[in-house]
Ligand binder design. Structure first.
Ligand code: AMP
Ligand code: MG
Length: 318
């Protein structure tokens, strides 16, 4: 990671904060923005220095491409050629927690490092009111990976952002807790067929309904980015999955009414949307307790698929 060099400004979620966030982007500096998924570390996607600063602030390997956030479908289509299945899901789920990987369009003006030199780009139209207001005020594409040091737990509050990046970025726009709480679902298209590259805030069931068939499972074997590494989203403490009860000295994270004795819970009622929204905050909280962590089983359906994906990576050997 780069050395601390800023006094990170905390911007209020109002017109002044939005204008200041857009000015920070205009100046080629970095601002963490709330989105419905997690806080994104935003920089001007056309400015090579800003893009380099994102990789440096996160300590992110330079070969791992960033997601570009745009205001609407028309802005996405100026940057990439969206094949028919991508267009169909874009119309259904944008704005929202879905990222599409598509071939770059000639004359796109993005800094090459955004795509790590690939001929494709990952695009998303966020739904969060503050992220949308900043995109409108800025008027250009914004590269924004999660606003945390590479490999650590993703941030779902301004406090999480500051805990990881204070002093390394110009500002954070404080929009409170992120409503979805999980990163976006990533969909690519290979030989005309949709490929699910990462589980996320849009469930596979919801995609299947719009596409008329389940997307192929993708990413197999070939790691193209940090969210696909076996160890990612990692707390400092060891983490044990599918724990029916805690061992002595473990913090137990429960899910559902059977875990009434748990110190922390993803959702006391067993609601997967609530569990997704709380996942990273609960992991941050458990990590701060400084003890080993045990997590109750979470069902493998709906957002549970993405929750389990993140938990497995958080538990993976490092
Ligand atoms: P995040 O760390 O949440 O910003 O996620 C970045 C993700 O976007 C990575 O896991 C990649 O899988 C994906 N990604 C970004 N750009 C591309 C691209 N051009 N081709 C394939 N995947 C991409
Ligand atoms: Mg991330």
């Amino acid at each position: 990671m780069s050395e601390p060099e800023h006094r990170t400004e905390i911007l209020p979620p109002d017109a002044a904060g939005i204008a200041r966030a857009a000015a920070v982007l205009q100046a080629g500096e970095l601002v963490a923005l709330p989105t419905e998924t997690v806080y994104g570390l935003a920089g001007d996607a056309r400015n090579p220095q800003a893009v380099a600063a994102i990789y440096a602030a996160k300590g992110r390997p330079a070969l791992n491409p960033l997601i570009v956030h745009v205001a609407d479908l028309a802005a996405a289509e100026r940057l990439a050629d969206l094949p028919p299945p991508a267009l169909r899901v874009a119309r259904a789920f944008w704005p929202g927690p879905l990222t599409l990987v598509a071939p770059l369009r000639a004359g796109h003006a993005l800094a090459p490092a955004v795509t790590a030199g690939l001929p494709t780009v990952a695009l998303r139209v966020p739904a969060h009111g503050l992220a949308r207001a900043v995109l409108d005020a800025f008027g250009g594409p914004v590269a924004a990976p999660s606003a945390n040091p590479s490999g650590r737990i993703s941030p779902t509050s301004a406090a999480h952002v500051l805990a990881g990046l204070s002093g390394r970025i110009a500002a954070v726009l404080d929009g409170g807790a992120c409503p979805v709480g999980l990163e976006s679902t990533i969909l690519g298209v290979k030989d005309g067929a949709p490929v699910l590259l990462r589980a996320g805030g849009v469930s596979a069931e919801a995609l299947t309904e719009v596409l008329g068939a389940a997307p192929m499972a993708g990413g197999g074997g070939q790691v193209t980015a940090p969210g696909q590494l076996p160890s990612h989203y990692a707390p400092r403490a060891p983490l044990r999955l599918n724990a029916q009860a805690p061992a002595a000295d473990e913090v137990w994270i429960g899910f559902g009414p059977d875990c009434a004795g748990a110190e922390l819970t993803l959702s006391a009622t067993g609601d997967l949307n609530e569990a997704a929204a709380r996942l990273f905050a609960v992991l941050h909280e458990a990590d701060a307790m400084g003890r080993a962590i045990a997590v109750a089983p979470v069902p493998e359906r709906g957002l549970g698929v993405a929750i389990n994906d993140r938990l497995r990576r958080a538990a993976a050997p490092r």
